[in-house]
Ligand binder design. Structure first.
Ligand SMILES: C[S@@+](CC[C@H](N)C(=O)[O-])C[C@H]1O[C@@H](n2cnc3c(N)ncnc32)[C@H](O)[C@@H]1O
Length: 265
């Protein structure tokens, strides 16, 4: 009887040890398969989502990419405004949630979700980028954001882009949302022709801010200005203001003004 009990006890112990090993191995494998996150999952409250999309003026015809999409709420809200929308997240559990939420919202087929590292995501076709990441991650993305098509809108919840100052800031309670408009590239030398004169304009660009000089014969006149996408405004301190639109290597005047400029190579 005692020997039989000992046999049962030994078998039970062996079985539970084996089960423990199998379960531990499964848990370890699951842990190893979990992607490492650059930013933890924290959802953006709905009122901030709406404000971000308002700031970016999201509408039909836009292509919105949410980098680190979590449960998909920003991309789904963008799709509800008629935009094409894509959310990417490195965590498969978030992509599962996002697809479930899209289904629940009746937006399947109108919004896409992809399990992908945001640093490996192609963003060149986007007209709007949305983010709720961290400033350190935003700064890593900044060179790519600055290379997007001029006029592309970038909106971020809570975290900024360092020295690239936002074009617009909104405060909602204790939270902030930021908007940047990707500026065209205006630095370099331009030949400016107005109705009265032709002069050279040398511009230096720091994000959307411009500074430089206009050269009128031997006289240099300080200039400063700003960009909003392709729209450029330059003021020369002697009083001349130039407003126009950059199209590659040319600037065409806006507001019926009579001037134009071409880039000097
Ligand atoms: C703060 S949450 C923002 C979620 C959503 N965009 C929102 O505002 O509600 C950040 C998300 O980024 C994801 N994430 C972290 N590192 C990532 C990476 N390298 N590539 C893609 N997604 C990442 C996380 O899984 C998380 O869902």
């Amino acid at each position: 009887m005692i020997a039989a009990l000992n046999r049962v006890r030994t078998t039970t112990l062996a079985l539970s040890t084996a089960a423990f090993i199998v379960l531990s191995a499964a848990a370890l494998a699951q842990e190893a398969a979990r992607p490492s996150l650059d930013v933890p999952y924290v959802p953006t409250p709905p009122e901030i989502v709406d404000r971000m999309l308002d700031m970016a003026a999201v509408k039909a015809g836009d292509y919105v990419i949410d980098l680190g999409c979590g449960d998909g709420r920003i991309a789904i809200a963008a799709a509800k405004r008629g935009a094409r929308a894509l959310g990417v997240d490195i965590d498969p559990a978030r992509i599962q949630d996002a697809n479930d939420n899209a289904k629940q919202a009746g937006m399947t087929g109108k919004v896409g979700f992809r399990q992908q590292n945001l640093f490996e995501t192609e963003i060149e076709e986007a007209s709007v980028i949305t983010m709720y990441l961290l400033t350190s991650i935003n700064l890593k993305l900044r060179p790519r954001l600055l290379d997007l098509k001029p006029g592309t809108r970038v909106v971020s919840h809570a975290f900024d882009l360092g020295e690239w100052r936002p074009d617009e800031t909104a405060q909602i309670g204790f939270r902030h949302a930021y908007l940047w408009i990707v500026p065209a590239k205006a630095d370099g030398r331009w030949k400016v022709q107005t109705a009265n004169e032709t002069f050279e304009l040398a511009l230096e660009q720091s994000f959307q801010q411009l500074s430089g000089q206009g050269y009128f014969g031997g006289k240099a006149v300080a200039a400063y200005g700003k960009l909003r996408g392709n729209d450029i405004e330059v003021k020369l301190v002697d009083g001349l203001t130039l407003r126009g639109r950059i199209e590659g290597d040319r600037i065409q005047a806006t507001q019926d003004a009579n001037w134009q400029a071409s880039r000097i190579r």
